[in-house]
Write a protein that binds this ligand. Structure first.
Ligand code: PGA
Length: 257
């Protein structure tokens, strides 16, 4: 692994501004012992500014969980890239499985969101992954390929410092069923193959690919040791500071071996 492992937290619809701020302050206190990993927190939109304030002066990154592609307008309930940036975000998650499958986000929107985020200067964590029936039908690679092709269609130059991929098999998210290191490693290799075709071999080698789906301290070691896994996007286990930091410690220790 050329980079520090990325330990990203997706808090989904959990934590008030106050709860987020307390977690972030606690994390900042612990970061001196966790310099070997890169942290990114993705709180809900309402907690961004309080978490940002608590992270001030630290190296912990801040991400929005979603955004809309328009710059502004009559889009009730949505936030623009500029709004996320003004709330302290450097990153945004796009295409999380809950956005795709619970809220039925259209492919067209996903593609526009990626382009709009990059144009505004936000860095993107693009989430992709197959459903259980797609895996069982042997379609995992085809699904990954179709998602990457669609979502990155308006990206002319893929800058690996500005776009990360999170491979999150839908069947592993929030289920307690984690992908095996073999399954995750194979999917990550597929992502690199697809990106090599869409862009070039340098992009495929340099892109950081996170694994997400029921990551916890009990399974972090074997996953982070898997070839091609550059870090984690963690939901449930990221809500508890001790558990989140334990995963970071494991990643830090294994990356330094
Ligand atoms: P989980 O969620 O860790 O709770 O499975 C991961 C995600 O949705 O990013």
């Amino acid at each position: 692994m050329n980079h520090k492992p990325i330990i990203a937290a997706n808090w989904k619809m959990y934590k008030t501004p106050q709860e987020g701020q307390e977690f972030a302050a606690g994390l900042v206190e612990r970061t001196p012992n966790l310099q070997g990993v890169e942290f990114i927190l993705a709180p809900s939109a309402t907690a961004l500014t309080s978490v940002h304030a608590a992270l001030e002066g630290s190296s912990v990154g801040l991400a929005g969980q979603n955004m809309y592609h328009a710059k502004e307008g009559a889009f009730t309930g949505e936030n623009s890239a500029a709004m996320l940036q003004a709330s302290g975000c450097e990153w945004v998650l796009i295409g999380h499985s809950e956005r795709r499958h619970v809220f039925n986000e259209p492919n067209e929107d996903l593609r526009k969101k990626v382009a709009a985020a990059l144009e505004a200067g936000l860095k993107v964590i693009l989430c992709i992954g197959e459903k259980l029936e797609q895996r069982e039908a042997g379609d995992t690679k085809a699904v990954i390929e179709a998602q990457l092709k669609n979502d990155l269609a308006d990206v002319n130059r893929f800058d690996p410092d500005k776009i990360m991929i999170a491979y999150e098999p839908v069947w592993a998210i929030g289920t307690g069923v984690v992908a095996t290191p073999e399954q995750a490693g194979e999917a990550h290799a597929d992502v690199r193959t697809v990106l090599s075709g869409l862009f070039d071999a340098e992009v495929a080698a340099a892109v950081r690919i996170l694994y997400g789906g029921s990551v916890k301290s009990a399974n972090a070691k074997e996953l982070i040791l898997t070839q091609g896994i550059d870090g984690f996007l963690i939901g449930g286990a990221s809500l508890i500071l001790d558990e989140y930091c334990k995963i970071a410690e494991i990643a830090q220790m294994e990356a330094s071996q």
